[in-house]
Design a protein around this ligand. Sequence first.
Ligand code: ATP
Length: 141
Amino acid sequence: MKTQQFAVIGLGRFGSSLAQELMELGYEVLGIDKNEEVVEDISELVTHAVVADSTDEEVLRSLGIRNFDCCIVAIGADIQTSILTAILLKELGVKTVVAKAISVLHGRALDKLGIDRVVYPERDMGIRVAHQLVTPNLLDY
Ligand code: ATP
């Protein structure tokens, strides 16, 4: 069976951790970031890493983005960029688009665009840590 291919767009703390973990799990990962330094830092750790602006439709097309099984928009701070990127990925025919939201309103906008899955890493980690703090013996992964 063909190995599933992921594209992670935005290689900040969340995106780079996600990309590396997917590699560890045995999947193929394309990392995309507009910042050359960030791309250089991760280049040995993922299948391919490229410097690109994810709001540029032609660039996404030339990367063959529609052929990836799943694309993750891991850009949070710049909501406009996150939303534009997510719309382009959907329009280009990516099967599954996952996007990180930094606020409830950001998440609602992504939901309205028909993004397949919206994740809230900071909120979810806060919940998880709270549970760990009050359940000291709970086995954690
Ligand atoms: P984290 O909390 O995961 O570190 P963040 O929510 O603070 O990330 P940002 O700092 O906005 O998110 O962006 C994460 C990464 O996305 C950065 O490395 C940034 O260079 C990259 N990025 C931002 N805009 C674009 C874009 N248009 N195209 C590609 N990469 C981008």
